[in-house]
Structure formats: C-alpha cells, structure tokens
Design a protein around this ligand. Structure first.
Ligand code: SAH
Ligand code: SF4
Ligand code: F3S
Length: 427
C-alpha cells in the first residue's frame, strides 16, 4: 500500500460529481487517502466543466495558485476542459496529466507511468470507461447515482458538450440494473439515473421507458429520479411511466432553452415552442401535480426583445417549479461562437428580468404545499433540524433531533414556503 494523499475538486454538472465519486473510489482502492485541501495533497485531481467561459477560467486560476502553494504535487486535469483544451493545459500550466472524460479509469496507471514528460489521454471509449470504473459509490448520500448514458448527438449550436463527452452511448440495461441492486444492497434508498440526455437512452432491447420500468421494480428502490431529458426525445411511454410507476418521483427537468421557435431553430433545438408545449400538456395529463423544471439561455446571438419576451411568456405558461437560467456564453469551436454576439448589458438585463419571473413562479409552486403533507427522504439531522427532499425535489426542513431518522422517509406537514425550500413539522 502506498501512503499518499489526494484531493479532488469538482466543477460542473451531476455527471461530473458522479465521475469524481468514481475517481475517488478508484484512488482509495489503490491505497491513497483523501484530504480536503489541495495544499497538502500528493495528488490533485481537478475535474473540470467547460459549459460556459467562466467555468473553464476557474481551472486556469486554480492551476496558477497550485503552482505557488503545492508545486510538487502530481496535478491531474480531468473532465470537460481536459477533453477539449489539453494542448493549452499542457503548454501553459503545471498540470502533469490530462485525462479526458472517458479515461478516468486510467488515472492510477498514468500516475505510475509519469516521469519527466507530461501525459495526455483523451480517447473516447465509453464502454471501456463503464466496464472499468468501480460500481461502489463513496459519497454517503441516501441516493445512488448511476450514469445510464453519456454523450450527445444533438449539437445545439451553442453547446460544447458533444465535443467534451463524445457521441451518445447507452450502457446495457443489465449493467444498470446490477449497479442499482448493488447500491440498494449498500443502503441507498433512491436511484438517480444520470446522463447528458437520459431519455435518448437506447440499446438493442430497451429504450428509456423500458429502463424506468426495470429499475423501478427492483426491490428496495423507494424512489426513482432521472436527469436531463431532451424535449423531443420524451416519448409518450416515458411520459406515461409517470402515471404508472408509483416510485417514479413527480419531477421532470425538460430544458426548453428559449420561448421562441426561430431562436430554437437557430440553436438547432429539434422542436418548436408549440411542440414543446404539447409535450408539457401530455406530462401534466399523466401526472397533474408534477414539478417541471427547465434551463434557459438569454442573449443568444440575434435574440430580439420580442423573442426574449416569449421566453418570459413560456415561463408563465408552463408554471415551472424552478429553472436555471444563463447568459449565452460563446464556446470555442461551436457554430454560435461565429454568429454576431449580443452586448453584455442586454444579456444582463434580460437575465435579471427572466430570473425575477422564474422566482415568482417558483414561489407560487412552493406556496401550493402549505398545509399539505410531503414525504421527505431524510439526508441529514443537524442543529435540531432534519433536511431532505420531498417527492417534488424541494429541500424540506423540520425541527427534529433524532439522528436515527436519516435514511428513512418521513411525513412533514408544510407550514411555510420559501423560493428554495419548504419548512414544516413532523407528523
Ligand atoms: N443536455 C441538456 C443540457 C446540458 S448543459 C439539454 O439539452 O437540455 C446544461 C445547460 O447549460 C443547458 O441546458 C443550457 O441551458 C446551458 N448551456 C449550455 N451551453 C451554454 C452556453 N454556451 N452558454 C450558456 N449556457 C449554456
Ligand atoms: Fe448540449 Fe444540446 Fe446536447 Fe444538451 S442536447 S448536451 S444542450 S448539445
Ligand atoms: Fe460541464 Fe461537462 Fe457537465 S461541460 S455541465 S461538466 S458535461
């Protein structure tokens, strides 16, 4: 056994959190121990995100700091920036190893092989990654996360993900079911299926709806969730699953991106606003109380004031439970980067307007729960309060000292609602 320490820093989406957890498991299996500070670690892993410009800038500033505070550590850059900017990283920073989004399983081997020369491995081999990474999960949450697919074939004109994660790859359903059973046997209560576009999931035998039924029926899966879905790939059967599967939680993240069909077209989203709204109708018919959430981009090249207003209208029409919204950020090598860009002030103004509307509807959605009982999967009990997620994925708080409730599902009667959480009393 080696007596070396490692530190992992993670930026970005749930997939990156999932990947970092696997890297952590792998390094622990190789005899390393984890530390919480990059200054004392022998090995530093930076798992990066490239979705917007400021996400990748953070990497370069941290690498600059590490050069001063811990220059002798083995520094590994992993993730989406590593995949697309390996040359810049090896040329301009102290990083020793650059490892792409499909090559995490090679980290221990690359550390062993490292001599004077910097090492780079950015091949796309999703099957090899999923076959080689450990199925155990280090993070102690009540939720077991499983990547069911990786990559994207949609090529939205603003997005870097098809270049950082490669083409769509769906894991065999048997492997996913086995991983879910394993996580349940380790005490997880909820299974969360992850992917860049989970509902594009497709193998020779199964589509996404089939997979939902297969995972939901595993004994011990008290709750099932998934993220993210692409609107036009949401099939009637996958929508119907929300009516038919009792342990599939009433929550759907269905990013619209914009409320104007011409903007959607220029983004290369494969649906119109009307088609999006038809899907939403079907979803509400299948599960009237469902929480629908979305992502939006404002200030996409060419977006007029009227087109932006249609995005605000869409938020009001759908009555989202919550949304993420972003200013458009040009990404290297994507088609939208070459379009004529909007001034920053307009982007900022639109973002503020959209966020105010989103917040208003988020509050309205949460207010509906006052006086109702929600069922909370307890994540933690701290400072006299329990906290966990209700069925609709809101964070719920209630007064309680009993630590033995962690991991159980408790009934909480809601007494007040904020934009980001609900508060209530145990019943
Ligand atoms: N596959 C998902 C989105 C994954 S990326 C989907 O298609 O819906 C997460 C979110 O980041 C996107 O939904 C989008 O709103 C935002 N995003 C992606 N590229 C961006 C860019 N260049 N500028 C600003 N926001 C962006
Ligand atoms: Fe990016 Fe579009 Fe693929 Fe989503 S569907 S990951 S936004 S290219
Ligand atoms: Fe970021 Fe890569 Fe996820 S770009 S959002 S970490 S897929």
């Amino acid at each position: 056994m080696q007596n070396k320490t490692f530190y992992i820093k993670t930026w970005g989406c749930q997939m990156n959190v999932y990947d970092s957890d696997k890297i952590k498991t792998l390094l622990l299996q190789h005899g390393y121990s984890a530390v919480e500070d990059e200054k004392t670690a022998d090995v530093i892993v930076l798992n990066t995100c490239s979705i917007r410009e400021n996400a990748s800038e953070k990497l370069f500033s941290l690498l600059g700091r590490i050069k001063k505070t811990n220059p002798n550590a083995i520094t590994i850059v992993a993730g989406c920036v590593a995949q697309v900017e390996s040359k810049k990283i090896t040329k301009n920073t102290i990083a020793d190893i650059v490892v792409g989004t499909h090559m995490y399983h090679k980290i221990p081997q690359l550390i062993a092989e490292l001599k004077e020369e910097k090492l780079v491995d950015i091949e796309f081999k999703p099957y090899e990654k999923f076959d080689s990474l450990p199925v155990d999960q280090e993070s102690s949450t009540q939720t077991g996360y499983i990547a069911i697919q990786e990559g994207c074939n949609h090529f939205c004109t603003y997005c870097i993900v098809p270049f950082t994660r490669g083409r769509e790859y769906s894991r065999p359903a048997e492997d996913i079911v086995a991983e879910a059973k394993h996580l349940i046997s380790k005490g997880k209560k909820e299974i969360f299926l992850l992917g860049q576009n989970v509902n594009c999931y497709k193998t020779d035998n199964d589509d996404f709806a089939d997979l939902l039924y297969k995972v939901a029926e595993i004994p011990g899966v008290e709750r099932l969730r998934y993220m993210t879905s692409y609107p036009s790939d949401m099939t009637d059967r996958a929508i119907e699953a929300h009516k038919n599967i009792p342990n599939l939680m009433p929550y759907m993240h269905l990013p619209a991106q914009a409320g104007d069909s011409d903007v959607l077209k220029s983004m290369n989203r494969e649906y119109t606003v009307e088609e999006y709204l038809e899907k939403i109708d079907l979803v509400y018919k299948a599960r009237p109380d469902i929480a629908i959430t979305s992502d939006f981009i404002v200030g996409f090249p060419g977006e007029t004031e009227e087109q932006f207003q249609r995005t605000v209208e869409l938020v009001k029409k759908v009555k989202y439970a919550s949304c993420y919204s972003f200013k458009y950020s040009p990404r290297p090598g994507t088609p939208a980067e070459k379009m004529e860009q909007m001034p920053e002030e307009i982007k900022e103004k639109r973002l503020a307007i959209l966020q105010a509307t989103i917040k208003e509807y988020q509050q309205k959605f949460n207010n509906k729960f006052i006086g109702k009982t929600v069922h909370v999967l307890v994540e933690k009990v701290e400072n006299g309060q329990l906290n966990g997620r209700g069925e609709h994925f809101q964070s719920v708080f209630a007064n309680n000292e009993d630590k033995s409730l962690v991991g159980s599902i408790v009934a909480v009667k809601i007494t007040s609602a904020g934009t980001n959480s609900l508060t209530g009393e145990l019943v």
